[in-house]
Write a protein that binds this ligand. Structure first.
Ligand code: HEC
Ligand code: HEC
Length: 343
């Protein structure tokens, strides 16, 4: 046997070994016990570990933006629960500034609507927005498909995973969704206490905070997601420069003016700044916002109007202590969600 056929046989052997090993790796998505059934259509995009790897590589790759400077992860950083930091609203290519704060990404498989205004109905379709948005990645889809086709790594990866040499945008968004559905956060102290795990208990302060939370907050920020698919007003006045009317921009209905998504409070300690336009930077100031609200404001959603949040300084601290039990370090540091390329 000459040396080149020996090398070829070694290469083949390693490829087969790597392939069999990979086949054994489970996709990170799972169904947490006692949670409702996910809304994501898994039949249309069956879980597959190699597609997850491809989606993760794409999520972290600036190749998706016109000038190859911005990736999904530029605005969605793992250590801040996949929200952005440093600025109020998102920053796209060439320093362009968007109108909204990038929300954290977690438990997306259970969501019915996406974006602060609920303008997106489907997680797959969602990814088209940041890619094509002028203030975000500003990339034309056909140019992006051409780019991925020309990349030896991506063309091989799409061929391997989707069995296609003709990469289309629906392949791309499915690969990205294989990654984003996997972002499950349910290992916070709160969850462990609920499950009676590790002998963990709430401190007295956290217990007091939980009671306040149940009295004043959980009607909108509903467990286990600490969010809801309803659109509400928590009393933020309009920003005269951004003029963002929230849900009304989608429905055209005046009654939806200034209603916004009820965002998840999971990992809220880390996903600052807060609100659709990032106008509040500290969590304790969010609590203060609720205590200082004008409860006679007719635009305020009824859950708050009927039940004004009146909290002493100490109670505010208790509530803050409870909110911090929603921090899930397993999620924030999960190796499987870190930057990685495909080979
Ligand atoms: C320039 C910053 C930026 C980039 C780049 C970006 N996003 Fe976002 N993302 C945002 C903002 C801002 C929102 C909220 C948009 C809105 O409400 O109108 C958002 C919303 C989302 C949501 C919906 C979250 C929710 O709770 O409704 C998902 C999912 C998401 N992005 C995934 C991605 C993916 C995947 C990519 C890469 C293809 C990406 N994002 C690139 C800023 C960005
Ligand atoms: C009427 C429903 C409702 C109630 C009750 C409510 N919230 Fe909210 N909350 C919202 C909405 C809507 C937003 C987003 C508002 C926006 O960005 O314009 C929000 C945003 C937040 C945010 C910012 C999240 C982020 O990622 O930016 C935090 C923190 C928060 N609420 C905590 C609380 C706490 C603590 C309570 C109880 C004292 C509470 N909320 C009660 C509807 C509610």
């Amino acid at each position: 046997m000459n040396s080149s056929s020996f090398l070829f046989i070694c290469f083949l052997g390693f490829s087969i070994l790597a392939f069999t090993l990979k086949k054994g790796i489970p996709h990170p998505f799972y169904q947490p016990k006692d949670w409702p059934k996910p809304t994501y259509n898994f039949k249309g995009n069956p879980l597959d570990y190699e597609k997850f790897e491809l989606g993760r590589a794409l999520f972290y790759d600036p190749i998706l933006s016109r000038d190859s400077s911005i990736s999904c992860a530029s605005c969605h950083l793992q250590f801040t629960a996949f929200a952005h930091v440093d600025h109020k609203t998102s920053h796209g290519i060439e320093g362009r500034i968007g109108k909204r704060n990038a929300p954290g990404l977690a438990n997306l498989a259970w969501r019915k609507l996406f974006h602060w205004d609920g303008g997106v109905l489907n997680l797959n379709a969602q990814a088209i927005n940041p890619i094509t948005h002028v203030d975000e990645m500003d990339m034309a889809l056909d140019s992006l498909m051409y780019r991925l086709d020309r990349s030896p790594i991506y063309s091989a990866a799409f061929k391997r995973t989707f069995g296609t040499t003709d990469i289309r945008s629906f392949h791309l968004v499915k690969a990205l969704a294989q990654f984003t559905v996997a972002l499950i956060s349910e290992n916070s102290k709160y969850d462990k206490v609920q499950r009676g795990e590790d002998g963990l208990r709430f401190t007295d302060q956290e217990k007091k905070g939980l009671i306040l939370f149940n009295n004043f907050c959980s009607s909108c920020h509903k467990p286990p997601f600490f969010a809801s698919d309803d659109y509400k007003s928590n009393g933020l006045p309009i920003d005269p420069e951004l003029l963002d009317f929230g849900r009304m921009t989608i429905t055209g209905n005046k009654r939806d003016s200034l209603l916004f998504m009820v965002p998840t409070l999971r990992n809220i300690e880390y996903s600052f700044p807060y609100m659709h336009d990032g106008r509040i930077s500290k969590l304790k100031d969010v609590i203060k916002h609720y205590t200082l609200l004008d409860y006679s404001n007719p635009l305020l959603s009824k859950e708050l109007r009927k039940n004004p949040v009146r909290l002493s300084e100490n109670e505010q601290k208790d509530l803050l202590a409870f909110l911090k039990t929603l921090t899930d370090k397993t999620f924030l540091f999960d190796e499987r969600f870190k930057y990685s390329t495909i080979k």
